[in-house]
Design a protein around this ligand. Structure first.
Ligand code: SAM
Ligand code: SF4
Ligand code: SF4
Length: 342
């Protein structure tokens, strides 16, 4: 195994975590992410030739692992739309530096793939589930998909050993806030870890408004009235979720307060888009385009130095700046969540 030479950015933050988007396409049209009005039939998704091959992704992950990345998460768009995904999982699982290999999915195709992905070396799955109310679920996914395939996918993931499953729910005022207790109840009953996420202003297409954000404090107060909670320690400093234990012993719940309590100070996350751009922040307007260099045959050491230089120059802390101003920082042209991978 090659030695790891950890690297830090301008604010002293290490590089630990890499999110790899394998496609910008999705079979859902969640309103807070890919609203139909923008991502309709005429939308131009990335052409195939611009998407990184598995070998190219693996080279980038390997280089990042030699700079300290141990956690890798596959995402998208919907990662399960990428053909032959288990082959990529196998290639990444074989990298000695990658000790935590996970995927975030909407779960609709998970029942078909869970076992093969686990066999290939995937360790954990997070399923995005905004509501367990069938009608609200249909409405929120934007394509009228019923909830059953997703619940079956979650069950298949448990059977395949990909648990404990994390469930991500983005809470939007007036849309699914009324279903928070029902979601928490479902997660408690099935031994899943629910994480409630504040609706974020990533991208440009959804017309984000602060009034639609349901603050985590409100969510926790609501859950606490039914099932008292106590604070649990973070698993590690870069854990974006604040963890709480149910006092009755029925597991835990987390909140991700990107808007009301930003965590830029601990952000150790780099993102690789499906077309090979590295983004050092969800809100960074431009990514660093690696693809030309990858396709021109850059060698391993050069690749490592390119990543090191990029991370060393990083000073992003958009959410903290947003929180300290009364208005959003200037934001025209921000890339979309479905492109960045969340
Ligand atoms: N399609 C997969 C899924 O939904 O799990 C993976 C990609 S999706 C972009 C990753 C995560 O980003 C999901 O958990 C989703 O809920 C979250 N997300 C998308 N748009 C968001 C927004 N505006 N605010 C907060 N989270 C968002
Ligand atoms: Fe698709 Fe995930 Fe975005 Fe929903 S959140 S539109 S499932 S990429
Ligand atoms: Fe990290 Fe950027 Fe989000 Fe701050 S705003 S936590 S730097 S991705």
């Amino acid at each position: 195994m090659n030695p790891v030479t950890p690297t830090r950015d301008l604010l002293g933050r290490p590089l630990r975590d890499l999110r790899v988007s394998v496609t910008d396409r999705c079979n859902f049209r969640c309103r807070y992410c890919m609203p139909k009005e923008t991502f309709g039939p005429g939308f131009r998704f990335l052409p195939r030739a611009e998407i990184l091959a598995f070998e190219e992704i693996t080279r980038v992950v390997e280089a990042a692992s030699s700079l300290g990345v141990t956690k890798v998460r596959l995402t998208g768009g919907e990662p399960l739309l990428r053909r032959d995904l288990p082959a990529l999982v196998g290639m990444l699982a074989a990298l000695p530096g990658v000790s935590d290999l996970a995927m975030t999915t909407n779960g609709a195709l998970l029942a078909r793939w869970a076992e093969e992905l686990a066999q290939a070396g995937l360790q954990r799955v997070t399923v995005s589930l905004d509501s367990v109310d069938p009608e609200v679920f249909r409405l929120m996914n934007g394509v009228g998909l019923p909830i059953e395939p997703v619940l079956e996918g979650i069950e298949a993931a448990v059977q395949a050993g990909l648990g404990p499953i994390k469930l991500n729910a983005v809470i939007r005022r007036g849309l699914n806030e009324g279903g928070i207790l029902e979601l928490a109840n479902y997660a408690r009953d099935h031994g899943h870890v629910l994480r409630l996420i504040e609706y974020m202003d990533v991208g440009e297409s959804h017309g984000w408004k602060m009034e639609e954000v349901v603050p985590s404090a409100e969510v926790l107060a609501l859950i606490g009235t039914s099932w008292p909670l106590e604070r649990a320690e973070p698993h590690h400093s870069a854990d974006v979720a604040q963890r709480y234990r149910y006092r009755d012993g029925a597991g835990e719940v987390g909140v991700i307060s990107s808007v009301t309590a930003p965590f830029c100070g601990d952000c150790s996350r780099l993102r690789l888009t499906a077309d090979g751009r590295l983004h050092t922040c969800l809100f960074a307007r431009q990514g660093h385009d690696l693809r030309p260099r990858l396709r021109a045959g850059v060698d391993r050491q050069e690749l490592i130095e390119e990543l090191r230089g990029l991370w060393a120059a990083r000073a992003d802390r958009y959410s903290e700046l947003r929180a300290s101003q009364t208005q959003r920082p200037a934001a025209l042209g921000k890339p979309e969540m479905s492109y960045l991978g969340g």
